[in-house]
Design a protein around this ligand. Structure first.
Ligand code: UDX
Ligand code: UDX
Length: 462
């Protein structure tokens, strides 16, 4: 089966960029991204895309209105497609069985019901969202039980491994593409149909095919392993501060062992983003469900350590500022969960700011890409009252206005522009003693000390 028309349900951080790349690499395939959120779709159709990703504008502009379309007409998009990616959100359940750990699959289920209702003929359904193992079976049974026009379906798992901030590079040149399908002739044909789309620009040896469950599980495990490396190095950051070792030097020394490797060993105030914590919790829940409490507990500790690291950072700030930050102005540089994105989901900045606000600090927050409105929304959702936000949060348009008359500055995102801050100017603008809490280990500690700051850098101490 050769694919002529693709649609994707969900125009988010994953669906939007992934479809833009497919459309740009396959000009003969019509690609439609459908989402129920009208505002999001109009943003995709405008000059200001709803998400910030380096290089994305050019890819979208090259294909939009040629073979890349964004629409809220989900039904027609499904009806016209040979292959349907499902990339709707799968948040952690906040209620009922598995609350706080299991994935909430209501959007996946409603997508499957709609696909069943609208489809005619044969369709390939591709799970792009990260989901618990065995979801494909659930999707398949919903599809086959609700198909009034006698449509037939193959369900594939094709997890996305792109990281935000480098999505375009990751899509252009991925380490691997993983496709899981049923091990039947029909399943193999569907896998091959999808593989041949990717093979237009990705070498065949990087396209890995597995059974459905291996593919679904591999996504959770990949994210769990990456997150585990960060929690591991963060646990060592605390030990480094206590002993006088330098965490960057330790990371370099261990990373040169080719069995360990150098990536994902950067100590930080904690990992954020929409995936790591959610997928870890998913894995924890999965292990519990299969009666593997020790395995479950093992992975739970990765999340625990991450939360501990965030609290530890706040405690460090409060203790250093003579045990009180009440009514003190603190400059917060960076709110996104990592650089080069405007995404703040699960950003460590949210909890750090929440806890500092509950200590009655005044926060002057600057982020080059995150709007004041999303910062306020995130704090509100984290349980900070509207009154406290109104009285104690100031959104600044540059780092220098944030640090003016501040007792301390904290870096919470590793934006490149922070690495070249004018440190003497910052020192002059701040109250003395001027404290720096570098949550990303990006500022040169020697220069900070030279200019007179009292500096705490994660993994290096005060
Ligand atoms: C996706 C996956 O959904 C998630 O499971 C995976 O771990 C990461 O990638 P992401 O693209 O970042 O998440 O999510 P988000 O930006 O929230 O986009 C999901 C989109 O789906 C939203 O625009 C939402 O409006 C849309 N949606 C959701 C629908 O169109 N229909 C629905 O029923 C539900
Ligand atoms: C991650 C996975 O990398 C990607 O493969 C998957 O598809 C989605 O989840 P993402 O969350 O976009 O991608 O970004 P990533 O670069 O993995 O960073 C996640 C968090 O870990 C960020 O908060 C980042 O600052 C932090 N991090 C990363 C560290 O603290 N130290 C590191 O060494 C690396």
């Amino acid at each position: 089966m050769s694919i002529q028309s693709i649609c994707c349900l969900g125009a988010g951080y994953v669906g939007g960029p992934t479809m833009a790349m497919i459309a740009s690499k396959c000009p003969d395939i019509q690609v439609t991204v459908a989402d129920m959120n009208e505002q999001r779709i109009s943003a995709w159709n405008s000059e200001t895309l709803p998400i910030y990703e380096p290089g994305l504008d050019a890819i979208v502009n090259s294909a939009r209105d040629r073979n890349l379309h964004f629409t809220t007409d989900i039904r027609s998009a499904i009806a016209n497609a040979d292959l349907i990616f499902v990339s709707v959100g799968t948040p952690t359940k906040s209620f009922g069985i598995g609350a706080g750990r299991a994935a909430d699959l209501r959007y996946i289920e409603s997508a499957a019901r709609l696909i069943a209702e609208v489809s005619v003929g044969h369709k390939i359904i591709v799970e792009k969202s990260t989901i618990p193992v065995k979801t494909a079976t659930a999707i398949k049974s919903i599809l086959t039980a609700n198909s009034p026009h006698g449509a037939t379906f193959q369900v594939l798992s094709n997890p996305e491994f792109l990281a935000e901030g480098t999505a375009v590079e990751d899509l252009e040149c991925p380490d691997r593409i993983l496709i899981g399908g049923e091990t039947t002739p029909e399943g193999n044909a569907a896998v091959e149909a999808l593989a041949s789309v990717y093979a237009r620009w990705i070498p065949r040896e990087r396209i890995l095919t597995t059974n459905l469950w291996s593919s679904e599980l591999s996504k959770l495990v990949a994210n769990a392993f990456l997150a585990q490396r960060i929690s591991s190095i963060n646990s060592i950051s605390a030990l480094c501060e206590a002993t006088g070792a330098d965490v960057d030097e330790v990371a370099r020394a261990i990373g040169m062992d080719s069995r360990i490797g150098p990536k994902f060993l950067k100590a930080s105030v904690g990992f954020g983003g929409s995936c790591f914590q959610k997928d870890l919790l998913n894995l924890v829940y999965l292990c519990e469900s299969f009666n593997l409490p020790d395995v479950s507990e093992y992975w739970r500790q990765v999340v625990h350590l991450n939360n501990w690291q965030k609290s530890r950072f706040v405690e460090k700030i409060v203790r250093s500022l003579y045990n009180t930050v009440s009514n003190k102005r603190l400059a917060i540089l960076g709110f996104a969960f990592k650089k080069d994105t405007n995404d703040t989901r699960e950003s460590p900045a949210i909890l750090v700011c929440r806890d500092l606000l509950h200590e009655r600090a005044h926060l002057a927050i600057y982020d080059p890409r995150v709007s004041g409105e999303s910062i306020r929304q995130d704090l509100l959702a984290a349980g900070v009252s509207e009154d406290l936000i109104a009285s104690n949060v100031e959104i600044c348009s540059d780092p220098y206005s944030a640090v003016a008359q501040a007792h301390a500055l904290a870096t919470l995102t590793e934006w490149d522009e922070f690495k070249s801050l004018d440190l003497p100017r910052i020192y002059d603008l701040m109250l003395k003693p001027a404290f720096v809490f570098d949550g990303r280990a990006i500022l040169p500690i020697d220069a900070l000390k030279l200019h007179g700051f009292k500096a705490f850098v994660i993994g290096k101490g005060l």
